[in-house]
Design a binder for this molecule. Structure first.
Ligand code: FAD
Length: 387
């Protein structure tokens, strides 16, 4: 469709990606009195919902989908926000200020806010795409897992990061035989210090999880087109009916990069106000690589609700005449069993750490220091330290 002939749709602010960051950007714009047209476009079928419960209470069956909606169903229309669901943007034409969706629909924009998060990173080995192999990113991913669970006795979780460990905790509590495979010599190695890793390893083992570190996966074994086991590098096979892969995400930024935006850290580079290098295009949330004051100014990507919400606020302010630099303190949480972990700051680069409290009592904090200065805390069942 072209401009000549039929009139194409247009939004003063077009937000691509109806997840945490995109939804929050639309909310903030209206809260701040933005009177122009807003379209919130996403490729999922569901209206914006919270992602953290997907590996926690939603997977456990303790929370219905309606309870994890970011806003009630009627909210978007009430705020005059056009919600376009089930549409994926495949091309951005920065010059003519328009995007094209997979079905060929063109939408013009005054400002484009790119908030697409990322897709679960897939295994590179044989069997990565078999039935029974799951990533954990969307409601649809988890609904597929829930539907299969009654026929599942053994689950292998590949990746000992937060999402893999949270899913392992839920499935162990549901009575499944769970094995966690981590390639590094400890879980959570990318994000936390050794005392925290060792604590969570012991907790999972105490709950019956077969947790193995320093193991490499060779391939997924197949029977009748579905996964039936995980083969390790040493030839051992772990039989299972379900495989969960939690090895990070690949930011969904291809159309933006093709449109000329500069990439960084696997995402798209933004400045302190979340502007990409392409005029009138912002990027926020998991896909936005930014220089972070709490990482000594290094360019990083943060994958957290805090970052998604706070960057949405920065864009909202920039578009309503009150520009501000992004300087929010990073924070994060994870729930496993009856353990509530709260993290503040970024521990990367620490040269010393102190443990406050007693891991044996299941209430302690790991305090990270760099050159004698506290840079981050991981607090387990220890709200006082966190606050
Ligand atoms: C299972 C799980 C548990 C988590 N637990 C926690 C937690 O405990 N604490 C915490 O702080 N964070 C947690 N996170 C991280 C947090 O959910 C993310 O950081 C947050 O969702 C990022 O928001 P976002 O808007 O950048 O991306 P998303 O929320 O992923 O939203 C992006 C949306 O864009 C869509 N999209 C992608 N490409 C296109 C396209 N081309 N066109 C249209 N739409 C597109 C996606 O399908 C998605 O709907 C968790 C994440 C997951 C998956």
């Amino acid at each position: 469709m072209s401009d000549t002939g039929r009139r194409r749709a247009h939004a003063d602010v077009l937000i691509v990606g109806a997840g945490h960051a995109g939804a929050q950007a639309a909310i903030v714009l209206r809260q701040r009195g933005f009177a122009g047209t807003i379209t919130l476009l996403g490729d999922e079928a569901s209206p914006p919902y919270e992602r953290p419960p997907l590996s926690k209470d939603y997977l456990a069956g303790d929370k219905a989908f309606e309870r994890i909606l970011l806003r009630p169903a009627g909210f978007w229309a009430e705020r005059d926000i056009v919600l376009m669901l089930g549409h994926a943007v495949v091309r951005v034409d920065a010059e003519s200020h328009c995007v094209v969706t997979a079905d060929g629909t063109e939408i013009g924009y005054g400002t484009l806010v790119w908030a697409t998060g990322g897709a679960p990173r897939r295994l590179a080995c044989h069997g990565h795409d078999l039935a029974g192999v799951h990533g954990v990113r969307t409601r649809a991913d988890v609904d597929r897992m829930i539907a299969e669970l009654p026929a599942v006795r053994r689950v292998v979780v590949i990746g000992g990061g937060y999402i893999g460990l949270e899913a392992a905790a839920v499935l162990a509590k549901l009575g499944k035989h769970v094995t966690v495979l981590e390639a590094q010599d400890r879980v959570l190695a990318r994000v936390a210090g050794e005392p925290l890793s060792r604590f969570y390893e012991a907790e999972h083992r105490a709950h019956g999880v077969d947790l193995r570190t320093g193991v490499a996966v060779s391939c997924i074994e197949e029977r009748d087109g579905a996964a039936c086991g995980v083969r390790l590098d040493d030839g051992a096979i772990l039989p299972c009916e379900m495989v969960i892969v939690g090895i990070g995400i690949v930011p969904a930024i291809a159309p933006l990069i093709e449109a000329g935006a500069t990439g960084a850290m696997g995402g798209v580079l933004v400045d302190a106000q979340c502007r990409t290098t392409v005029p009138d295009i912002f990027a926020i949330g998991d896909c936005a690589a930014h220089a972070n004051a709490f990482a000594d100014g290094r360019v990083i990507r943060l994958e957290s609700v805090q970052n998604a919400n706070d960057q949405a606020m920065i864009v909202g302010k920039a578009l309503t005449g009150a520009p501000e630099a992004y300087e929010a303190v990073p924070w994060f949480w994870s729930n496993q069993y009856d353990l509530k972990l709260q993290t503040v700051g970024l521990s990367a680069g620490y040269d010393d750490l102190v443990v406050r409290g007693d891991p044996a009592e299941r209430s302690f904090s790991v305090v990270y220091l760099e050159a004698g200065r506290v840079i981050a805390l991981d607090c387990v069942n220890r709200v006082r330290d966190y606050v």
